[in-house]
Write a new protein. Structure first.
Length: 367
């Protein structure tokens, strides 16, 4: 007679590790293989898009195999309680680590190289993650990162899971082309990773504020890179967060560059534009965006990323019409001020809690 306490007559569910609107993640024991796992339980609903995303996450993870990615062990979407079984990572999320303060340059290089290598594997198989952020990066007890939560991932040339006029992702880490609703490529993951690494170095998100303001901020000014970083790292972060996707290096190139430390060089401090100037120049865009009903993830803690770093301390001139991005010899590029055309609404991704899947016998969140 089946044990009613077991999921699929095999997984004994334990403590809750994380929860979200679409699913919850629990620690569990696989009684057949006698090992600890993380089980992501999908909440039954009538939303076909959510069902497709859950199925998409299972298929994506099953296709990929890399030390920097969470592994999927088992899944069943046909029963009353659809679920996915993942490896359990003992440790914490990168967001938890950043909450303790900035990380040193060597630690960020190591972390970034590992994540870039994992993204290179993802991109090499034709997938785009689309939601790279600290809470989706799990750290085991040795500090080794794992990229999790592939619910928003899709093939580079695959069909959308949302309407064509909506943007999916977390506002704090959206690439400029996502905000504008233009073509999405693997460059959006490189942009997000650049912002994540910058956040690791500074200990805070680059753009704070309301969701709409955060989403459009990247179109007005580049992120501010600390003045005391090695020149090579400053240059790399500037390129990774370039306004133009064509200027961003590939994930593979990022991994190689981060492994090559190079000599430290002081760089000039970048002056952060005043909030008043940003609000004034963004007024028309913000008002238009409000009318479109912009929705993003993590409403409680919105923040945003931005274009490449400018080392100039001179005041920036606000353009009234879009200025095309031109490839130049210097690494620095000037921020572009959009017209009053509203960016497409960003769909709220009601995501599951981030459990730490990973090593045996530990705590962690699932993707």
């Amino acid at each position: 007679m089946p044990d009613r306490r077991l999921l699929a007559d095999r997984y004994r569910l334990g403590e809750l590790l994380g929860t979200g609107g679409m699913a919850e993640v629990r620690r569990a024991t696989d009684v057949v293989l006698d090992r600890d796992v993380a089980v992501k339980l999908f909440r039954t609903c009538q939303d076909e898009v959510d069902v497709r995303r859950f199925t998409n996450e299972i298929r994506t993870l099953a296709t990929l195999s890399h030390p920097g990615l969470v592994s999927v062990y088992d899944a069943d979407t046909s029963g009353d309680t659809p679920f996915m079984v993942l490896e359990l990572v003992e440790g914490r999320t990168l967001r938890d680590r950043i909450a303790n303060g900035p990380m040193d340059v060597d630690e960020v290089r190591r972390l970034g190289a590992a994540l870039a290598d994992a993204l290179s594997h993802v991109h090499g198989h034709g997938f785009i993650h689309r939601d790279v952020k600290p809470s989706n990066i799990l750290l085991d007890d040795d500090g080794v990162p794992r990229l999790a939560d592939f619910g928003l991932a899709r093939l580079a040339d695959g069909a959308r899971l949302t309407r064509a006029d909506q943007v999916v992702g977390t506002a704090a880490y959206l690439a400029p082309e996502q905000v504008r609703g233009t073509e999405i490529t693997s460059a959006v993951d490189v942009y997000a990773l650049g912002l994540v690494l910058l956040e690791c170095l500074t200990g805070h998100r680059e753009y704070e504020g309301a969701e709409i303001e955060a989403a459009v901020a990247r179109l007005h000014r580049p992120p501010v890179v600390p003045a005391d970083l090695p020149f090579g790292l400053t240059r790399l972060l500037s390129l990774m967060t370039a306004l133009s996707p064509a200027r961003r290096p590939s994930a593979r190139d990022c991994a190689d560059a981060l492994l090559d430390s190079g000599p430290p060089t002081r760089v000039e401090t970048v002056r952060r534009p005043s909030r008043g100037l940003l609000v004034a120049s963004s007024a028309a865009v913000l008002l238009a965006a409000v009318g479109t009903g912009l929705v993003v993830q993590n409403r409680a803690t919105p923040a945003e990323s931005a274009p490449p770093v400018s080392t100039s301390t001179q005041p920036q001139t606000v353009q009234q019409t879009p200025v095309p991005v031109v490839e130049q010899q210097p690494v620095v590029e000037q921020p572009v001020v959009p017209t009053t055309a509203a960016p497409p609404p960003v769909q709220q991704e009601d995501r599951s809690g981030k459990a730490k899947p990973g090593k045996k016998n530990g705590k962690g969140k699932g993707p």
